[in-house]
Design a protein around this ligand. Structure first.
Ligand code: PGA
Length: 242
């Protein structure tokens, strides 16, 4: 299994153009490492690529092209030089009603055009409380992985993101994260997938990343709010790359 660790910045719908310029001025060369992936708002993607950063998008369409106002296709993202697309983020699942089937179709489109996928899975607070976390993870993973070949599966990185931890400051314990990732690995093994890269996401910041980085089955982090401050994000990148 690959030991490389990754850190992905999901900038969501944040930062205006002036703030992006300040961000570039504060960011350092180390962030151009291929294990660091920036996912800015689509509008800023070309700037990140021009500056030499590994760049992904926050979602891509389930369709290849056509009359889908406001959508961005995987082939468009790949053709400009994006390397990754985040799919199945809970904000897309919950606020934009993306079902497991839609997520699976988006993954198919992305892989058809050689875009690597960061697939987000994770339970809500209610699902955790009523003991269905394992079933939720299985359902979300199965929808995607049953359609993939072994080669294709290698292009899908998973981000375990408990919904109740996103943007809330509540982080599971290291033991809880380890258990969830073990569960994901067991589910993947049942589909014949023995090698996987699994990130943790949900309120990771410059104060807790060193402790979270101790979890032995975590292959890196998906960071939201804390990646918006270049100085803080740099200190987190240093923890992951060292
Ligand atoms: P957060 O977001 O770090 O702000 O909790 C993580 C995410 O949504 O990917």
């Amino acid at each position: 299994m690959e030991n490389k660790k990754y850190i992905v910045g999901n900038m969501k719908m944040n930062l205006n153009f002036e703030e992006i310029e300040v961000y570039f001025n504060q960011m350092k060369e180390i962030a151009k490492n291929e294990q660091v992936i920036f996912c800015p708002t689509d509008l800023y993607v070309p700037y990140f690529i021009e500056q030499g950063y590994h760049t992904g998008v926050q979602t891509t369409s389930e369709y290849a092209k056509g009359a889908y106002t406001g959508e961005l296709s995987a082939v468009q993202a790949a053709s400009i030089g994006c390397t990754h697309t985040i799919l199945g983020h809970s904000e897309r699942r919950v606020m934009f009603h993306e079902t497991d089937d839609i997520v699976a179709r988006k993954v198919r489109q992305a892989l058809n055009f050689d875009l690597s996928v960061i697939l987000c899975v994770g339970e809500s607070e209610e699902e955790r409380k009523n003991g269905t976390m394992e079933a939720v993870l299985k359902r979300e993973l199965e929808a995607v992985f049953v359609t993939l070949t072994e080669e294709e599966a290698k292009k899908v990185m998973i981000a375990y993101e408990p919904i109740w931890a996103i943007g809330t400051g509540s982080v599971p314990t290291n033991e809880e994260i380890k258990y969830a990732i073990d569960t994901i690995q067991t589910i993947l093994k049942s589909f014949g997938i023995t090698e996987s890269t699994i990130l943790y996401g949900g309120s990771v910041n410059d104060s807790n990343i060193s402790e979270l980085n101790q979890i032995d089955n975590v292959s890196g982090f998906l960071v939201g709010g804390a990646c918006l401050n270049a100085v803080k994000f740099l200190s987190m990148i240093e923890v992951v790359l060292k």
